[in-house]
Design a protein. Sequence first.
Length: 106
Amino acid sequence: MKTLSLTDTLNQIPVGCYIDASAQSAEHLNRRIIRFARNYGWTEEEPEEPSGDADNDVDAWADYSEALNDTADTAVDWLNEMTTADDRCWTVGENSLFLADTSEEI
């Protein structure tokens, strides 16, 4: 039996919504995107939340939220690099992660 490579695997999964976080926060979606990419072999870690001492530190939480967003964006970029099919693209919209068919006219 042939073992599929990461690229083969990502190119064979069907188009659709892979993470529906429409009822959750952006941070929730970003954490799930990072975990999703890590399940496919991406190696970057999720940023650490501010310590308990920072509960009331708005700047620390804003920095964390920005780092989490940047990391999730990088994860989506990585998924797109690993998906070599010309007619597919990972995209975030409506607080969800989609694998879109780019050959269809919008």
